[in-house]
Design a protein around this ligand. Structure first.
Ligand code: KIV
Ligand code: ZN
Length: 554
């Protein structure tokens, strides 16, 4: 029995299938490079994710390599996982032999691996996208699932756009998929169209009417176009699904996918209502959310459930009064449960390496290399000179800024700003280039950040378009560190980075960057350089997002 009087022995486990690196990465501008994908996959493993959909291997050689590296390096990891088993590494494939073989080749080195294949079943997709009739669709499913099963024991099949498919046709398709060897059947609401009662009804209908339903795991996959993804997913679980497909921070195509943290915390917080458990270590949620946000450049909205900046803030006087009397009045979850530590004084400028390391490990960063630790420590010392109170949030910002960065092709040495209400903002910048030489230049701008970016552009020789820029204070107080997040796109005019290296066509790939400093111009310049470095490094990689869009339209 737990403290809520629930018999934990009796609770069934809902399997968490994370698709941050596949469906999440397909969201506009969330492009990740291979190193970032690897880091995120490691963190998903620590978080306790059961299945990690690492990508769409056929989409590009870059995607294939990233999935293979994850299978090789993260696939075997067991570090503190509640389930006692390593993650299953899954690769997505359309329902054809070439895709399936490619997915298998990418994941097969993982001790536990899965092929996930899909084919649309709604009349609208069959007619307008695939030009197939229902008979041909069934044939293709049988052939593909059978082929996947000849390679791998763990095969998932998804009837894309199931939410708008004829339920009786779905029963026919899924019956054949089971006979052909599928072990998991996933029911996607691809366009985020259905309501919770309908989705629960559909899952129940399929389980009740599909022969062999008891031999497979049923899975949910919901999109959030109407803001119903989490509600639909939980309705699906109540109706009999035992796997949920989710992403960190709910990132994904358009309005996103179901968010992992919302489902995991709903199940955790309402044990008597749901009567399920998961293998998620909830104390890793905040760190995972921050890492995904930093790498993708997708800022989490402040009022986002579980991981938004305000999720645990009690501002209204009446709430604060209640909280002071008894936390249960307004708090249904403890911040520590999701790994959110109170922003209290933790270290000062006299703290040494040992205290710093202990604090960092307490925060869950127990995997930093020696030189990374030293780098973060030096940065902490510089911050402690400027800021009296160095909090956990500050330390997390330092780690994000120092460690979770792309390789530095251009490095910021120095930046000097002159601005005010009666002067033209002027910035001079010194950078070290890829050849080790120091370059200096200066520029005017409409404001200091604009001037800094112009000066950097003059040195680097690129003029990317700024798609998004945001700056937030990491903590309270006037001496707070600022964290800048930025997204850029290569200039369509003459930048070679606007060309898809495989097809030489123009494409709108977005690169994100983040930077932290007590000075907002420095934070902004760091963020800009981090995005630029990603863009420059990508010239050797191939596009994934663009090809995935093309693939989805096939
Ligand atoms: O939303 C969807 O239909 C998908 C499938 C490929 C599972 O992402
Ligand atoms: Zn999807």
């Amino acid at each position: 029995m737990n403290e809520d009087g629930v018999d934990i022995q009796e609770q069934e486990t809902v399997v968490i299938f994370d698709t941050t690196l596949r469906d999440g990465e397909q969201s506009p501008g969330a492009t990740l490079n291979a190193d970032e994908k690897l880091e995120i996959a490691r963190q998903l493993s620590r978080l306790g994710v059961d299945i990690c959909e690492a990508g769409f291997p056929i989409a590009s050689p870059g995607d294939f390599d990233a999935v293979r590296r994850i299978a090789e390096e993260v696939g075997p990891l067991l570090d503190g996982r509640k389930s006692g088993q390593p993650m299953v590494i899954a690769g997505l494939a359309r329902a054809n032999k070439q895709d399936i073989q490619r997915a298998y080749d990418a994941v097969k080195v993982a001790p536990r691996h899965r092929i996930h294949t899909f084919l649309a079943t709604s009349d609208i997709h069959l007619k307008h996208k695939l030009n197939l009739d229902r008979e041909e669709c069934i044939e293709q499913v049988i052939e593909s699932v059978r082929f996947a099963r000849s390679l791998c024991d763990d095969v998932e099949f998804s009837p894309e756009d199931a939410g708008r498919s004829d339920p009786d046709f779905l029963v026919q398709v899924l019956t054949e998929a089971i006979k052909a060897g599928a072990t998991t059947l996933n029911i996607p609401d691809t366009v985020g169209y259905v309501a919770p009662e309908e989705y629960g009804w559909l899952i129940n209908y399929l389980i009740e009417n599909t022969p062999g339903a008891d031999k497979v795991v049923w899975s949910t996959h919901c999109h959030n176009d109407l803001g119903l993804a989490t509600a639909n997913t939980l309705a699906g679980v109540k109706a009999g699904a035992r796997q949920v497909e989710v992403t960190i921070n709910g990132i994904g195509e358009r309005a996103g996918n179901t968010s992992l943290e919302e489902v995991a915390m709903a199940i955790h917080t309402r044990p008597t209502f749901f009567n399920f458990t998961t293998n998620i270590d909830t104390t890793h949620i905040t760190r995972t959310s921050r890492m995904v946000s930093a790498y993708t450049g997708m800022v989490v909205q402040p009022n986002k459930a579980i991981v938004g900046a305000n999720a645990f803030a009690h501002e209204a006087g009446i709430h604060q009064d209640g909280m002071l009397k008894n936390q249960l009045t307004y708090e249904i979850m403890r911040p520590e449960t999701v790994g959110l530590h109170a922003s209290t004084l933790v270290l000062g400028k006299h703290s040494g390496r040992h205290a710093f390391r202990v604090r960092i490990e307490d925060l869950g960063y127990d995997d930093l290399e020696k030189d990374e630790l030293e780098q973060a420590f030096q940065r902490f010392k510089r911050l402690a000179d400027k800021k009296k109170v160095v909090t956990d949030a500050d330390i997390e910002a330092i780690i994000a800024d120092e460690i979770y960065q792309p390789p530095e092709i251009w490095k910021l040495n120095q930046i000097q700003v002159s601005c005010g209400d009666r002067s033209i903002p002027t910035v001079s910048v010194s950078l070290t280039g890829p050849d080790g030489t120091t370059y200096m230049d200066a520029a005017l701008g409409t404001g200091p950040v604009d001037a800094a970016y112009q000066a950097i552009n003059r040195i680097v020789g690129e003029t990317p378009r700024l798609k998004e820029f945001s700056i937030n204070a990491v903590t309270e107080g006037l001496d707070a560190q600022a964290e800048a997040t930025i997204r850029i796109q290569p200039d369509n005019g003459d930048s070679k980075y606007a060309l898809n290296p495989q097809t030489s066509q123009h494409y709108a790939r977005t690169y994100s960057g983040h930077g932290a400093s007590t000075d907002i111009v420095v934070a902004s310049a760091r963020a800009y350089l981090s995005a630029l470095n990603k863009m420059l490094a990508a010239s050797t990689e191939t596009s994934s997002v663009v090809e995935q869009v093309a693939v989805a339209g096939d």
